[in-house]
Design a protein around this ligand. Structure first.
Ligand code: SF4
Length: 933
């Protein structure tokens, strides 16, 4: 029985007709859960049932029509968290009133205050920070659970105040450097496209836990005859749905992959026509420098981004087209060594990338690779032959980039797809994550007066910019031009910042990242050498990176939980950041660990308590998330929290004579007009009206059918997207949205020969940036994970848990009743026996960063030497409120700072260094005084 159920329903329990009356209602609402429950991203259509104004239960709406004949539909999209979501609305951890700390930070002592008092004091704290340091000292980490109104409010507020917000993908380390290096973008198919696959590799993913609404597509594909291969060190819960489980050693995926690539080439199974046209394999590389042969090598006025191939027929070196992939009558060589005459009259030897790749793969004979990755050579060959023969999808989770050498793993995985022609057709390609169609909400930041006319002007202006960028360089496609625009806008807007520099300067990570022994041994110089070189050479010039001389004073968290999620956890944040902060604010619906250490906790409305609408490319449907009940207590939707804070900043600014200020870049902001600007002069005030505007605006962008309104969406609950629109993240898919078809990305590249947004305008496996050459990583290679965290015997891995969306549901009573209900680390039973550790015994897990205490769950499914700590547990659920993120050294691979090179340039969510956590080294010890429990 839901905690929220009205007395009229609860009182029937035990009576004769209780069951019938239990399932009665007097109103239904179309709802969902706008949290970052990747990959559904909060848009499973639900029906919320109410009686007497209270929620009695909710269930998946089952509203999806069939899309393509012969392909299963999306029904019923949902998960167990969604099935009891209403339990969060009145949960014990729910924040109902503004709270102010009444003791030391983290003392657990609070006093209830009025909104007016809380906002006045917070506004004064912010104004103090602006006066003392500047607006950059008011920092907002990203909140993965603040989708919809939290993110929108935070970003618009930041744009009008100059308060930085950390880049979402960088903050949560969801960026996939290998994918970006290869294609200059991230991508994912619609989930129903897996139904067309003949072979699915589940890689760095555990869909049985993390993709509950979509996992059925893999199972159904298998029912139709597809084979499913799980690549995972442990026998993960997804193994039961696979035909093959390949227990690769932790961090050795690239070795496995490259051995498969070698097998494919050695056995003549490579799709040479595909790699000639779609990839950089035919481009010529100078043997003297290891760099591509460029036009500027051949002539004084030559471009540095014009590349060459050797035509097999004429034996002449000819330009590779930049505006298209098609070589016409030219058949580029993939093998051989040739001479090229340089502009100074000298000659150099050149060879195609493919020939360099063959050399690289000499180290990856299956027998040799087996020693690196632990997979039998026969298995490697078996899998390689399957990929070469079948339509293959890589069902990739977000774990790849969280490995130190995740970039190499990703590049190797995509090389496997390239060699076998496996993208651009249904049932093939990579699957990671990306933003979806250009809905109107994505333009909210730019809106100044609101209304349809302004949106039409914004869209027209953006289209005009695309045409202007194409006119500057006719070889640019719409996609490439659109990315160029965003790169330049990222340099001028400046409120969405890659947080690496903030962590480096202000959260103590400079010392950690300079621990040489925690980096890869192939790093030739000190970390700071690379960092300083990247900055001095201007590779990050124009990107609003956090500055050393702008220390933080105010932390403004919205739906985040930096003390739990932030790599390094309390070890880094409480020790290094907290003492610098004069005001810490947590805007959240629940009391998190970060809330417990904050100065103020402001109650935010939960799902079902305010309307919105959202959808992404995973389904290609847009979903109504309606309001079912009023916010509990004094909670407010995040938009209203920021609106009131804007108003209070204006009031306090006027009272204190501080209204206008500048940031370090010289931009001027005004507190006096902040509320007026935030609400677009009153046009953006009410969530109902803004949701209606957003839906109609999304039809204007072309993302939704003409005539879609909030009323029509309320009636159906969902509507299928009709188009991508113009923002780069949407154009990145390069496959049209069709009403009766699944979507596999990159069709326009493969069918229409449209160029990729990389330096070489092709899928790029050879990165001739000087740092990559220095690292020996110009081509994919395997390198063992470094010993991050110290010289300890166990490797700690993780992944999202089954029972929560981040920490959102982790204290939900019903969820806790479905499993052990307290934090636990999963350990191999033999390892435990050797150390005399019993099941459910509390142990100490430690490394050079710190320690935490946790119960052990013994399992034969875990690889010896591996420990698994699933994500989501809030630190207050552990002893001493200390959890697993405290142990994460969170190293950053130095190559992430590379720049000054084609597509290696920041734009929001893209090309950014990230912290990694997988394979952190730890040890485990019995508690000396178990009675301490
Ligand atoms: Fe779907 Fe996310 Fe809700 Fe689960 S929590 S039902 S995945 S929207």
């Amino acid at each position: 029985m839901p905690e929220s159920a009205p007395a009229s329903v609860r009182d029937t329990v035990g009576s004769e007709d209780s069951y019938r009356r239990r399932w009665t209602w007097d109103r239904v609402v179309r709802g969902s859960h706008a949290v970052d429950c990747y990959p559904a991203v909060g848009s499973c259509p639900y029906i919320v049932y109410l009686k007497d104004g209270s929620i009695v239960f909710q269930e998946p709406a089952g509203a999806f029509p069939p899309v393509e004949e012969g392909v299963p539909d999306f029904n019923p999209m949902g998960c167990q968290k969604g099935a009891c979501w209403d339990g969060l609305l009145n949960a014990p951890e729910r924040v109902l009133y503004p709270l102010k700390r009444a003791g030391e930070r983290g003392s657990g002592k609070w006093q209830r205050v009025t909104w007016a008092q809380a906002l006045t004091e917070i506004a004064d704290g912010i104004i103090d920070a602006i006066q003392d340091v500047g607006p950059e000292s008011v920092f907002s980490p990203n909140g993965a659970n603040a989708c919809a109104w939290g993110v929108m409010s935070q970003r618009r507020f930041a744009a009008l105040t100059g308060f930085p917000v950390s880049d979402f993908d960088t903050d949560v380390a969801d960026f996939a450097p290998g994918m970006y290096l290869t294609w200059g973008k991230l991508t994912v198919p619609s989930e129903d496209d897996y139904a067309h696959s003949e072979l699915i590799f589940i890689w760095h993913c555990n869909p049985a836990y993390t993709r509950i609404p979509f996992a059925h597509f893999v199972i159904e594909a298998r029912y139709k005859g597809a084979e499913v291969v799980l690549i995972s060190p442990d026998v993960s819960p997804s193994a039961m749905h696979a035909d093959y489980h390949v227990p690769v050693r932790v961090g050795s995926d690239a070795a496995l992959c490259l051995a498969m690539c070698r097998t494919i080439i050695d056995e003549g199974l490579a799709d040479t026509a595909f790699i000639r046209e779609q990839t950089d394999m035919p481009l010529l590389v100078r043997l003297d420098t290891g760099r591509f042969l460029r036009a500027c090598d051949l002539a004084g006025d030559g471009r540095d981004d014009q590349f060459y191939v050797l035509d097999e027929a004429s034996q002449a070196i000819v330009e590779a087209p930049r505006g298209a992939l098609d070589f016409g009558d030219v058949k580029p060589a993939l093998e051989g060594t040739f001479s090229a005459k340089l502009k100074d009259g000298s000659t150099v030897e050149v060879t195609p990338v493919f020939a360099r790749l063959r050399e690289r793969l000499r180290d990856y004979a299956p027998e040799h690779a087996a020693e690196m990755c632990g997979v039998h050579p026969d298995t490697i060959r078996l899998l390689a032959r399957k990929v070469a023969a079948k339509r293959t999808h890589v069902y990739e989770g977000l774990g790849t980039g969280k490995h130190y050498h995740g970039d190499l793993m990703g590049r190797a995985m995509y090389l496997l797809l390239a060699l076998t022609g496996n993208w651009g057709r249904k049932g093939t390609g990579p699957g990671y994550w990306s933003v979806g169609p250009s809905t109107a909400g994505l333009f909210d930041e730019a809106r100044r007066v609101g209304g349809r006319e302004e949106l039409a002007n914004i869209l027209a202006g953006y289209r005009a910019m695309i045409e202007a960028f194409k006119a500057q360089d006719p070889s640019r496609s719409d996609e490439i031009a659109s990315i160029e625009i965003l790169k330049q806008m990222a340099a001028t807007t400046g409120h969405y910042v890659p947080p690496l520099w903030w962590w480096y300067y202000h959260v103590g990570f400079r010392d950690v990242w300079n621990r040489r022994e925690w980096h890869d041994p192939s790093m030739r110089r000190e970390f700071d050498d690379y960092f300083n070189e990247a900055m001095s050479r201007g590779w990050w010039a124009g990107v609003a990176v956090p500055l050393a001389d702008r220390p933080p004073r105010v932390l403004l968290e919205v739906g985040g939980n930096v003390l739990r999620r932030g790599r390094g956890g309390q070890t880094m944040y409480l020790r290094h950041l907290w003492p610098q902060l004069t005001t810490i604010v947590s805007v959240d619906s629940r009391m998190s660990t970060t809330g417990l250490f904050s100065d103020y906790v402001l109650p935010a409305a939960q799902q079902y308590e305010r309307p919105s609408a959202m959808g992404l490319s995973h389904t290609l449907f847009f979903t109504m998330l309606d309001k079912a009940v009023e916010p509990a207590g004094e909670a407010l939707p995040e938009w209203q929290v920021f609106r009131l804070l804007a108003r209070k900043l204006g009031e306090r600014g006027r009272a204190r004579g501080v209204t206008e200020y500048r940031d370090a870049a010289g931009r001027t902001f005004n507190l006096d007009t902040l509320e007026d600007e935030f609400t677009a002069h009153g046009a953006m005030v009410d969530e109902e009206q803004m949701t209606a505007d957003g839906i109609e605006g999304s039809a204007m962008t072309g993302a939704l059918p003409d005539g879609t309104t909030i009323e029509s969406l309320r009636e159906k609950g969902i509507v299928r997207f009709t188009g991508w629109g113009i923002i780069p993240y949407a154009q990145n898919y390069q496959t049209p949205i069709e009403p009766d078809s699944t979507m596999a990305p990159f069709r326009a590249h493969v069918v229409d020969k449209r160029p990729y947004p990389t330096l070489v305008r092709r899928a790029q496996f050879y990165i001739d940036h000087e740092w990559f050459l220095e690292a020996g990583e110009e081509l994919p290679v395997h390198k063992d994970p470094p010993r991050m965290g110290g010289d300890h015997p166990f490797v700690l891995t993780g992944g999202h848990g089954r029972w929560s969306v981040h920490a959102n549901n982790i204290a939900h009573r019903r969820m806790l009743q479905t499993h052990r209900g307290r934090p636990h680390i999963v350990m191999n039973a033999h390892d435990a026996e050797r150390r005399g550790i019993a099941d459910d015994e509390e142990v100490q897990v430690y490394n050079d960063m710190g320690s935490f205490t946790v119960a052990v769950k013994l399992s034969p499914s875990v690889r010896p030497g591996q420990l698994i700590m699933y994500n989501g547990w809030d630190h207050y659920q552990f002893r001493d409120w200390r959890g697993s993120s405290n142990l994460e050294g969170s190293m950053v691979k130095w190559l992430g700072f590379a720049g000054g090179y084609g597509h290696l340039h920041y734009w929001p969510f893209m090309w950014t260094p990230i912290q990694v956590d997988r394979a952190t080294r730890v040890d485990i010890a019995k508690l000396e005084r178990p009675d301490r429990a």
